[in-house]
Design a protein around this ligand. Structure first.
Ligand SMILES: [Zn+2]
Length: 449
């Protein structure tokens, strides 16, 4: 057996090991026949060409597959392949934080990026312009995953970010998002309205689509025409018309929305209000007997009103259209296996009591949970597993409407909102610390960064 044969055999076996693990990940029903190991039977992008004369090429393909499969196993949302001055770095974003995966010699950068470009049908000879496209990555015959590839030139070479889209996944139920009763009441109340706009806002990447889709799945899609404009499509709900916005075809977001409104929709989900035209159309639609869900990029619930005014929406239209603003952040949730109970020291106690004393019954003696930083297989020694959402819900009450019409500053709106039972996001977070979902260290880390 030649060296090449030995190496190829090793590569095939190695791919097979990953392939099996991926199989475990996706809960394939037991009735599904398990795949035969014979490589010719696997209709998959994981296949490498064992007859290839070019060993380097074989290895690059294997490395890229290995990166993608490991990212999926760790439940990463994004893969970052970054050339630096001396090395090629590969990092994953898992539960919002980066974990270092591997480093490669900087000489690999060209072949790595070229391979990804081939997978995504991008131009390999284009090094000056950013490029992006979607790949349907075939794991095996009956299972595939959508990846969104984005490439941008940097001073050291092209940098690549691959977003892993979980296309088969259903959005979680509202109750799975840890929405506390004080917020759930407001959501349930306004979801019954026959028209109006519900906005989800966030300061950084915070899983806003998950909340929106959980809200959307509250409606009966067979009895309503629910249509969405998305970029990218992440969840698929039966009977919902998901439209993927195609940035390549030079058709603006507002034009997409205009076309969608001619489709007799009842409930519309507009991925993001980015410009004045889209904002106006969305607001108009929401006061003409449509329910509109959308997102805006702002720092807090109260900020959103200012942002809409800056997009030249008349305050009178804002008050007739807006129902609730859901501001949210995503924190890491403590690993349920390795978290440890402890009695907090006095400053932590005081801090918590200072913020949320009115909700705590037993103020003298309470315990919290924290990461214990021991070896744990369940969370790969990250001590956090999955995420927990923290919310701040601003309901447009009569008194808030009055303040919007008077165009008062956001501090006054915030004060009134708290009087009207808005729980500021930090309070919601600390209540969840108190309920042992996450650690106070994690909350303070996110607040102070
Ligand atoms: Zn753990």
């Amino acid at each position: 057996m030649s060296l090449k044969d030995i190496l190829n055999k090793w590569v095939i076996n190695k791919v097979w090991i990953n392939y099996k693990n991926v199989n475990d990940l996706f809960n394939i029903p037991s009735s599904t026949p398990s795949p035969t190991i014979k490589k010719s039977n696997i209709d998959s992008d994981l296949n490498i060409n064992p007859n290839s004369n070019n060993l380097d090429e074989t290895f690059i393909i294997w490395y890229i597959n290995d990166i993608i499969l490991n990212a999926m196993q760790l439940d990463a949302s994004d893969i970052h392949i970054e050339p630096t001055e001396n090395i090629l770095k590969v990092r994953f974003r898992v539960d919002w934080n980066f974990i270092k995966y591997k480093e490669f010699p900087k000489t690999d950068k060209e072949s790595f990026i070229a391979r990804i470009k081939i997978m995504a049908y991008l131009r390999i000879d284009e090094h000056r312009l950013p490029q992006d496209w979607k790949i349907n990555y075939k794991l095996f015959a009956w299972k595939s995953s959508d990846l969104r590839v984005s490439i941008i030139p940097t001073i050291y070479w092209e940098k690549c970010v691959i977003r892993i889209l979980k296309k088969d996944s259903k959005p979680p139920q509202l109750k799975e998002l840890w929405i506390q009763p004080y917020n759930m009441v407001k959501i349930k109340k306004h979801i019954r309205d026959s028209y109006g706009m519900i906005l989800a806002v966030w300061p950084t990447w915070s899983g806003k689509s998950t909340t929106l889709f959980s809200l959307l799945s509250q409606f009966n899609a067979e009895e309503n025409n629910i249509s969405t404009l998305e970029d990218p499509v992440e969840y698929r709900i039966p009977w919902v018309n998901h439209t993927q916005i195609n940035p390549a075809i030079n058709f603006s977001f507002a034009n997409w929305l205009r076309s969608l409104l001619r489709q007799d929709p009842d409930i519309i989900m507009v991925w993001e209000i980015r410009d004045e035209e889209t904002a106006k159309l969305a607001v108009e639609a929401s006061i003409t007997w449509h329910i509109v869900f959308s997102t805006l990029h702002t720092n807090s619930a109260v900020h959103t009103i200012q942002r809409l005014v800056n997009l030249w929406i008349d305050p009178l239209l804002i008050t007739s259209s807006l129902r609730i603003i859901v501001s949210q952040r995503l924190w890491r949730r403590l690993c349920p296996i390795c978290k440890e109970k402890y009695t907090p020291d006095s400053w932590k106690k005081q801090y918590i009591l200072w913020k949320i004393w009115k909700y705590i019954k037993n103020k003298d003696n309470f315990s919290l949970y924290r990461a214990n930083e021991n070896w744990c297989d369940k969370c790969n020694n990250t001590w956090y597993k999955w995420r927990v959402w923290f919310f701040e819900l601003l309901e447009i009450t009569d008194s808030i409407e009055e303040l919007i019409l008077k165009q008062v500053n956001k501090n006054d709106i915030e004060k009134q909102a708290i009087k009207d039972w808005m729980f500021p996001i930090l309070e919601d977070a600390l209540i969840k610390v108190f309920l042992w979902e996450t650690s106070i260290e994690e909350v303070l880390y996110v607040i102070w960064n």
